[in-house]
Design a protein around this ligand. Structure first.
Ligand code: SAH
Length: 454
């Protein structure tokens, strides 16, 4: 069927890039019809081919540049843009920071919200920052490969230098890949749903240098397991924990429920703001430790604690924000949905001799309502939800407890702006500018702190 659109697949055009979407794609308009084009920056004049057309928009691919942006930097490796590991690598870092500030500002303007956004706090060295990698293992042209999926597909692009990951993690992945090759361990095949090894996850403590390797397998049986362990520990002296995670389901969820510690400890340790943390394989732990310290420090500063307050930390993970706040507050209550993470949080409180932090397993929206029913009177509520933002019930219960402040750490400006308006309906407004902190350089992810006060 030929769509009644101004452009069609395989046609080519010239145009000027008008905008950069939140996914980092350049936007060219032909007769007001938007075409989204990777690796194209605002102000650039390009020739492009149309690769896909839908009713309301199309996708394209740059054929040639007639004029390049002053903010364009040399692309290190085409695969980083191809795979979406580093979709903004072609944009100068200073421009990435501005882009993130503007993304939040534009969403606020669109909803007529008069709130300022501060310049994004960036990194001195905006690469090799990730303390965690999760790489699929697949057979590519008959060879066991580790890498990353091509954007929008499940086609593996082999990669050895991941650019944004701790290089020690990249090196560990190569060691594991070579051992899998040596011992002929069969990689998972999505088409047939067969094979043994699905994913390799590696975490490395930024301060502790403790390394954890998680082998995610389709089958309970992992052939040559002792040989693999001996190979990893001989070549990677930082390894303190090797875990086999069995995930037999045909799913996009990375980790299964069952962990078997096959070498060393079931967890590793790291520090943040001088506090020791134990981290389980299934627990969330911020991936950019240097920026996380800046983020938490800001969030705590903005909460303006005197030491007398009761604080709630919703979506508390392993208790990182809670324990950092505990030193500045009377009592802290954390809630988190992943039971292992709450176990970690309780253990972390104990080992740091922090007695005024309390943790429960549950859905934040339900627990918030429970605390309200129990008559808890928090002075400050801190929230750090996943991308989908806050549930309306959580906002209702939070507002009903009438805290002076809600400190909102957000990883998705779209749901942040939605939730700011829901809080406004409850009498909470934003009086200080929003502070973005770049947790994910070279990518389009945007983290920020907002303070709502009554
Ligand atoms: N504040 C922590 C974790 C933030 S990530 C830190 O900075 O490390 C968000 C956390 O919310 C994750 O740990 C996730 O498991 C948890 N989560 C997701 N949905 C939830 C819900 N409905 N209720 C409670 N926790 C939830």
């Amino acid at each position: 069927m030929k769509l009644n659109t101004p452009v069609h697949k395989n046609e080519s055009f010239d145009g000027t890039v008008m905008d950069l979407t939140y996914q980092g794609m350049g936007v060219v308009k032909i007769d007001n019809f938007p075409i989204f084009i990777p690796n194209a920056l605002p102000s650039e004049e390009i020739s492009f081919g149309v690769t896909k057309v839908t009713k309301n928009f199309a996708f394209g691919r740059v054929i040639d540049w007639k004029k390049k942006s002053a903010d364009r930097v040399e692309v290190k490796n085409k695969q980083y843009t191809q795979t979406g590991i580093a979709p903004l690598q072609h944009l100068a870092y200073s421009a990435q920071l501005k882009f993130k500030q503007q993304q939040i500002a534009e969403l606020l303007q669109k909803d007529h919200l008069d709130i300022d956004v501060l310049p994004t706090i960036g990194m001195d060295k905006p690469y090799q920052y990730r303390n965690k990698a999760q790489v699929p293992v697949r057979l590519v042209r008959g060879k066991v490969e580790t890498g990353f999926y091509k954007r929008g597909s499940h086609e593996l692009v082999p990669i050895e230098d991941f650019f944004i990951q701790d290089p020690k993690i990249d090196a560990a992945i190569i060691v594991v890949r070579d051992l899998l090759r040596k011992f002929h361990i069969e990689p998972y095949d999505e088409k047939t749903n067969k094979g043994v090894i699905k994913t390799v996850m590696v975490r490395r403590g930024y301060y502790s240098h403790e390394m954890m390797i998680v082998l995610v397998t389709k089958t309970k049986k992992l052939p040559m397991v002792q040989e693999l362990i001996d190979g990893m520990t001989a070549q990677l002296p930082e390894v303190k924990s090797i875990v086999q995670n069995v995930n037999s389901a045909k799913t996009n969820v990375l980790l299964g429920e069952k962990n078997f510690t096959i070498f060393g400890k079931p967890t590793i340790d790291d520090q943040l703001l001088g506090i020791n943390f134990t981290i389980s394989p299934n627990s969330f732990y911020q991936v950019n430790p240097q920026q996380t310290e800046k983020l938490y420090q800001r969030a705590i500063e903005q909460a303006q604690l005197t030491g007398a307050e009761t604080v709630i930390d919703a979506y508390c993970g392993i208790g990182t924000i809670s324990l950092a706040v505990a030193q500045h507050a009377a009592e802290v209550y954390g809630v988190e949905i992943v039971a292992d993470a709450v176990e970690d949080a309780k253990h972390n409180a104990k080992r740091n001799k922090i007695a005024n932090a309390h943790f429960v397993v549950g859905k934040a929206e339900e627990q918030m309502a429970q605390w309200q029913e129990d008559g808890l009177e928090p002075d400050v509520i801190m929230v750090d939800p996943p991308r989908k933002g806050l549930a309306p019930e959580l906002i209702d219960a939070a507002a009903a407890m009438a805290p002076k402040k809600v400190v909102y750490v957000s990883c998705n400006p779209a749901t942040l702006v939605r939730d700011i308006q829901l809080f406004a309906a409850k009498g909470y407004t934003v009086k200080q500018p929003i502070q973005p902190v770049d947790q994910f350089p070279q990518t389009t992810h945007i983290e920020s702190i907002t303070v709502l006060s009554r």
